[in-house]
Write a protein that binds this ligand. Structure first.
Ligand code: SF4
Length: 94
């Protein structure tokens, strides 16, 4: 099993309860900010993607709440909050 597939298998054990609103948002007008390229590479859940227009999109379903994207991009680019109570990730086996 490759390192990447082993990580995906471990993440697949976790449970995610979605909230009503996304707890992390790319601020309007920042979708092409170069710092988001780091988020694409670093997000362990692979939640950032670039589209054909060069804009970066984010889906928060499956977010591990690790804060890596906030460190990489900063508050100028991301509106970052923890999910509402009772929603978000529930870790299993660790
Ligand atoms: S907090 Fe972590 S898992 Fe969630 S979007 Fe940011 S980098 Fe990805």
């Amino acid at each position: 099993m490759s390192e990447n597939s082993a990580l995906k298998a471990k993440l697949g054990i976790d449970v995610f309860k979605p909230g009503k609103v996304a707890h992390i948002k790319i601020k309007p007008g920042r979708e092409k900010d170069a710092r988001l390229q780091a988020a694409i590479l670093l997000c362990p859940a692979g939640l950032y993607r670039a589209n054909e227009k060069g804009e970066v999109t984010l889906t928060t379903d499956g977010c591990l709440e690790c804060g890596t994207c906030l460190v990489a991009c900063g508050i100028e680019v991301l509106d970052w909050n923890y999910p509402e109570g009772g929603t978000g990730v529930q870790y299993r086996y660790g």
